[in-house]
Ligand binder design. Structure first.
Ligand SMILES: [Zn+2]
Ligand SMILES: [Zn+2]
Length: 330
């Protein structure tokens, strides 16, 4: 029996109730639009709900300290556009509030590969810094591994940049939808035990804490948020044929009919944790925990590789997790 009380039983096809969707869920006045097929909103209530959700996601982590320097990891995604605006709004609130709501200083950063054309009218462009990775990783033939390795190398470059420039925190622009795609991809690549690192609200590397403050927003919600402020919604680039693209199409297809799909997936990921009783080492490529003496899928694969003439497993890199070994031999 499924124990996910926030999930499976609520994953039902939604039949819109017109009487309910006509009213704003908050103020009960006439709604202006409907989200998740069932929730009507007026503009002021929706924007306040978004600002509150962003503040509360950051607050719930209890990781932010007054005076923290935060690097905001930007790219050309919908989440990044929303993050810039959310921070600007909260910064303005901060200037007028009696009690400061944002008790940290934030700066924006870019990673290589950014398309500059969409940020032409961004008012605080002077805060931007482009971070490029100088990691010399060999190109992968397999597009799934190549995409995953690119995101891994970018993450390492941003954390290294943050550490060198005394930022204690990094905000990523991953939405709940992104994290649902990442969860399915991670499991497919043999990174199931690392899910807390890839989809959790926070991750620590080299003394820098990486936070995902947009994880409770779906792309539908952020798309509406940007449109209400008349901000151009960036066009989402399609990944090349890969497990990432399959995961994306699968989740987005389900989400269209079952609006609780995305939160159900990332809440499920929240319940998965590495077994802290097992001796663990750390993979020197991805930095995730790497079980050393657990008899599991990795050992089964190694035995199969010994017996097989076609299955290739790299055994010469002892400090790498199974998934990173596959990147190495591709
Ligand atoms: Zn309202
Ligand atoms: Zn690894």
């Amino acid at each position: 029996m499924c124990s996910n009380s926030g999930g499976c039983e609520s994953l039902q096809r939604i039949v819109p109730d017109e009487d309910k969707t006509k009213k704003c869920v908050s103020c009960k006045q006439l709604s202006e639009f409907v989200l998740r097929k069932v929730n009507g909103y007026c503009r002021p209530c929706y924007l306040e709900a978004c600002h509150h959700k962003f503040r509360s996601t950051v607050g719930k982590t209890k990781l932010m300290k007054p005076g923290d320097r935060v690097l905001v990891w930007q790219n050309s995604s919908l989440g990044a556009a929303a993050m810039r605006h959310l921070l600007e709004v909260l910064e303005k609130e901060n200037e007028t509030a009696l009690k400061k709501k944002l008790q940290f200083e934030f700066k924006f950063a870019l990673v290589e590969g950014y398309d500059g054309t969409i940020f032409n009218d961004f008012k605080i462009a002077e805060r931007w810094r482009r971070i490029s990775s100088d990691a010399a990783e060999p190109p992968q033939r397999n597009s799934t591994l190549k995409l995953f390795n690119e995101s891994l190398v970018s993450q390492k470059a941003v954390i290294e940049f943050a550490r060198k420039h005394n930022f204690s925190k990094v905000f990523t622009c991953d939405t709940g939808s992104d994290l649902a795609h990442i969860m399915l991809t991670s499991i497919s690549l043999g990174r199931g035990g690392q899910l807390p690192d890839w989809t959790g609200v926070s991750l620590e590397r080299d003394g820098v804490v990486l936070l995902r403050p947009l994880r409770e927003f779906t792309e539908e919600e952020l798309d509406r948020y940007l449109k209400l402020y008349s901000i151009e919604v960036p066009t989402q680039k399609r990944s090349p044929s890969s497990i990432q693209r399959l995961s994306q199409d699968f989740v987005d297809g389900l989400q269209a009919d079952f609006p609780s799909t995305v939160p159900t997936i990332w809440r499920t990921a929240d319940k998965i944790a590495a077994d802290s009783k097992s001796p663990l080492s750390v993979c020197d490529h991805c930095g995730c925990f790497n079980p050393t003496d657990v008899v599991g899928a990795m050992q089964a694969l190694e035995i199969s590789a010994e017996l097989s003439t076609t299955l290739k497993l790299e055994k010469q890199i002892p400090n790498r997790c199974h998934a990173c070994r596959q990147i190495s031999i591709d």
